[in-house]
Each structure stands twice: as C-alpha cells, then as structure tokens.
Design a binder for this molecule. Structure first.
Ligand code: ADA
Length: 556
C-alpha cells in the first residue's frame, strides 16, 4: 500500500510520526463564530469565509485578534489506498475541540496543549474531509484545565502539527545501563526484527512486551555531547539518547556526575504566532539559549511541543516538562473531573515525550496549593501517574509555599519559585548592597526550610526574576527598568551559583516576554500586567535582548 510519507522533516519528526502518515499541516478553510460555544457552532458544511494556517492560532491574526468564540476548520485529503484503521494525531490544540471525519464524530477533547490521537476506524481509498471546531472561550465548567486567572494567554486553534497516522504503535526506550550502553525496549510480545542506527541487530524476543539489548556502538547522551541513536523494531522507529538522571545526597546527577542547572523558563509563544511557533523560531531560541550559557530550560506550564523537544535533544539542552496547571486551589483540586483530566494529560505527556533524552524532569501543577491536604493528595496521584510508566525521569512541581509546603514529600526534586524584591509585598529594595543582602536572605530561608523538611533531596529554584520594559533604561534602576531587572538577575545568579546556596540549579523567569491576561481574563487588576504581557523576559517577545541577557552571558 502506498501512502503519503512525511519527507523534508528532521529525522526526529519522521520517527515520531510512527510508520507513515498524511501530513495535514497547511492552509485550511475557516470561519469564525464570535462569542459562540463549540456545540452551537459546529457545522461541518459551514460556509468558509477565510483561510487559516495549521498550525496557527486564529486569535493572533489581525481579523480575530484576541476574540473569543469558535473557529471552524475544514480540509480534504486523499488516500491512494484504503486503511484498516488510522488515527487523527494532533500535537496540541486549544482550548477545546471537536473533530469529525466525513461527518462522523471522532471525539471532543478538552485538554489544551496535550498531544492526542483519535482513532478514525477503517478508511476507504479516495477523498476524505476533516472538520474541526475549536473554541477558545474561557469556561471553567467546560475547560477545567484552563482557568481564567492563568498568567498566559488562552489562544484558539491548532498550536502544533496535525496528521492522519496509519499506526499508533510506539517503541519506548529506557536506559538500563548507560555505561554499558544497555537499553530496555518496550513494544509488544513476540519476536521482531530490531535495527539500531540502520544496522540490523537480528531478531529479538520481547517477553511481557520488553527486551533488554546492548546498543552497538553506544555513545551516551549529554549536554556536551548530545549523541542520539535510532532504533527500529518491526518497522516502528524511535530516536533516543542513552543517559541516566538521578537525585541523591542533595544533588542532581547526570551520567554519574553532579550537575548544576543553569536554566531559564521558556513559554512557547511569540507575538506574531502565539503558541504556533515555527521551527525557525524554536531553533533560534535553542541556539540563543546555548549561546547565553544555559544548559537547562523549564517549559512552563503545559505539555511541550514535540518539535521543540527534538531541537533540545539535538542541541543538548536539559528540559523540565510539565502538564497544564497554574495556581490551582483546593476548590478546583477537589473536583473529580479536574483530577481525572490532570491524570490523563500528565500520562499523555509522559507517553508522548518518553524518548526525548533532553527531558530530565516531568512535572505538573505550577504553584498549586501544595500546603494543603488536598494539594498533597493530588501531587501523590500525579507523581504516581508519572512513575507508573517508569520513564527514568525525576518527578517534581514548582511551589511558592516556601514556608509551609507539605507536598514535595512525593517529589524527587524539590523546586520552588521565589521573587524577593519583585512579587513580594513589603520588600524594601534599598541601595544595591542592601537589596542583594535582602534577596540572599530570602532565598537562604527557603532553602533552609526545604533542607530541613526534605533532607537528601536536591533543591532547584524553578523561578526567580523581575519584569522590565524593553528599551526602558534608568540611571536610578527603578523597578520595571532594564537596569533593575539586570541587577536583580545578577544578584539571583550570584547567589544560586555560590557554594553556600545549596541549590542544584536556578531557572530565571523568563526567556522572552509572553502574552498574558487579555481583557476576558480574570486578571489581577488591569494595572497588574503591563500591556497584557508577562514582561519577565530577558528578551522581549521578538527576541531582542534586554540588559539582563548580557548579565546572564557574563555569569554563565
Ligand atoms: C508565578 C508563575 C509564573 C508567572 C510569575 C509572574 O511565579 O509561576 O507563571 O505568572 O508568577 O511573573 O507573575
């Protein structure tokens, strides 16, 4: 059977795309139903008024800029031959989407940013029409995973690629002994042809779906030498890296050596593309991060783009990936449907990113109420969800309950967010020496708490930083100026990298300015987020450097 195969993409996408598939990225027919819920707008025979890129967010386009409603999408594709089954594979959309193939409903998905696959059933040869209705309205009853008070914009559309896949089989690769180059392959029971890097390794028996094998010519993956291998089991390919991550004696270890994470938080956002960032931008960002001296990035606050992870694998950037959540309180966390969706999306994240060696931490629920019994119970469930797949990653989450957290008991890595002198009522900045001393004292207090509460666990500063308006220089280094931010970042990095800090790394908030509260969001007061953005970037949204970027380069 001859089917369309994805050419012209990097090896990573090719192998992630299972055996073969029809690429549905491109320009689709489109119409927008303003202020209308998906259920009322979803009509597959809608009259198209416009054309829309996929991937793409309709509400970054000038015509629908920041509008809330439902985007209607349609496109046809042709199969040369029939398929006994297929899957609609979407690497992230938002906020809520209904999908129909030839008028038949494939599913309704309310897990923004998560990659998912919907089975289509048998498909005949010839033309097929795919229809999607994607709603971006903020509706806490229908989109339980995205609350109107989250500090990042809730875009509408296909955030990443879409395709029809003819297999949903996967091979999962676990490093079992990085020194000996031994890996465990998980596929299914039976005996199958296995090849590594294009060379046959003969037939291998899989018992309980697993086989342990030595990779011929194995080379470990590390930030300095990000070596990748490709395995082929029965025609199903997976790209992977051989490396070991561990947390012990209060330190973080990579391939048997302690490592310090020089990190930054990076939203998948750009002023012109919203969450549908193109490859060129991702690659530039990775290169810019490396050039500044970062070896680590935290990807907040939703499952990452598989393309971005490919680039991190290739460049040797360590990654923290987390599922969707932000500042969730007991009320939300007591809702069984919220909990179910949290578990489902977290499990999918682990499944989707399993073979990316760059990902060393799987996390969830940024800044949840981690000081309560309800928070702790959810953390326990999500940690168990991640560990169930035995992915060889550390489990964590970022908290700001730096004097009363009780939930990191379930983590491998204790991570905390702290903004002394920025998100900190009553902090007196004082002159630069006073400010430095006060910031250091706050950080040290946090570490003291965690060290006593969770002895033996490594501690990471998962967020710290201050906002600055690009181009705003000020001799007096007042808050919101680039000068203030540069001073702040310098202090934070000096403290974190000093031997007394006791932390295993720090991630600056944040890489680039990002879209935040729109006029529909429950923002913390119209005055709170200048220009509707989170201006914590050491670069602006267009990736122009602020003074703090220079400071990072000097310190790292
Ligand atoms: C929090 C949160 C970030 C961002 C930050 C800020 O720490 O985790 O997403 O909102 O505050 O800049 O206010």
């Amino acid at each position: 059977m001859k089917k369309a195969v994805l050419f012209g993409m990097t090896m990573a996408s090719l192998v992630a795309a299972a055996r073969d598939s029809v690429d549905l990225n491109g320009v689709w027919d489109f119409a927008f139903a303003d202020k209308t819920a998906l259920e009322d707008a979803a009509k597959p025979d809608f009259a198209a008024t416009d054309r829309m890129p996929v991937p793409g967010a309709f509400d970054v386009m000038p015509k629908w800029l920041m509008k809330k409603g439902t985007g209607l999408y349609r496109r046809a594709f042709t199969l040369g031959e029939p398929a006994s089954n297929a899957w609609l594979a979407v690497d992230g959309m938002g906020l809520r989407g209904e999908f129909r193939l030839d008028g038949r409903k494939l599913g309704l998905v309310a897990m923004p940013w998560t990659g998912f696959e919907l089975p289509t059933g048998p498909l005949a040869a010839g033309e097929h029409v795919l229809f999607a209705a994607i709603e971006n309205r903020l509706d806490p009853e229908r989109v339980k995973l995205f609350m109107p008070d989250y500090d990042f914009y809730s875009f509408g559309g296909f955030y990443r690629g879409v395709r029809i896949a003819f297999s949903n089989e996967r091979v999962f690769v676990r490093t079992r002994d990085w020194r000996a180059g031994e890996v465990e392959l998980e596929y299914r029971d039976g005996e199958f042809e296995v090849a590594f890097d294009g060379e046959s390794a003969g037939r291998v028996r899989f018992a309980n779906g697993r086989a342990t094998v030595k990779v011929p010519g194995a080379k470990p993956w590390s930030p300095e030498s990000p070596h990748l291998h490709v395995v082929d089991v029965n025609g199903v390919k997976a790209r992977f890296g051989i490396r070991e991550v561990a947390a012990k004696d209060g330190k973080l270890w990579l391939n048997g050596r302690p490592i310090f994470l020089k990190g930054v938080n990076r939203h998948e956002l750009h002023p012109q593309f919203g969450p549908a960032t193109p490859d060129a931008l991702m690659l530039q960002d990775v290169q810019q991060m490396k050039a500044m001296g970062f070896n680590f990035c935290r990807l907040p606050h939703y499952p990452a783009s598989q393309r971005f992870l490919d680039f991190c694998d290739e460049a040797g950037v360590l990654v923290w990936e987390e599922s969707l959540g932000w500042g969730n309180k007991d009320k939300e966390m007591s809702d069984p449907e919220f909990v179910r969706l949290q578990i489902e999306q977290t499990d999918l994240m682990v499944r989707n990113s399993f073979n990316h060696p760059s990902v060393i931490v799987f996390a969830f629920m940024n800044e949840l109420d981690s000081q309560t019994a309800v928070g702790k119970a959810l953390v326990e469930k999500l940690a168990a969800t991640i560990r169930r797949r035995d992915s060889g990653r550390l489990v964590s989450f970022a908290t700001y309950h730096n004097t009363d957290d009780v939930s990191h008991v379930h983590s491998d890595l204790v991570a905390f967010n702290s903004y002394p002198g920025w998100i900190d009522w009553g902090f007196r900045m004082g002159d630069p020496a006073e400010m430095r001393a006060r910031m250091n004292a706050v950080y040290a207090e946090c570490v003291k708490y965690y060290r006593a509460k969770y002895p033996g666990k490594p501690i990471l500063v998962s967020e710290t930083g201050a906002c600055a308006l690009y181009g705003r220089r000020d001799l007096a280094a007042s808050s919101w100026s680039e000068d203030y931010q540069a001073e702040y970042v310098g202090n934070a990095l000096d403290w974190a990298t000093s031997p007394e800090s006791g932390v295993c790394g720090v991630a600056i908030w944040q890489f680039a300015d990002s879209a935040s509260y729109g006029r529909e969001h429950l923002n913390p007061g119209a005055r709170g987020k200048v220009l509707g953005q989170n201006l914590g970037g050491i670069l602006d949204g267009y990736r122009r450097e602020k003074l703090a970027a220079r400071v990072v380069r000097e310190k790292f």
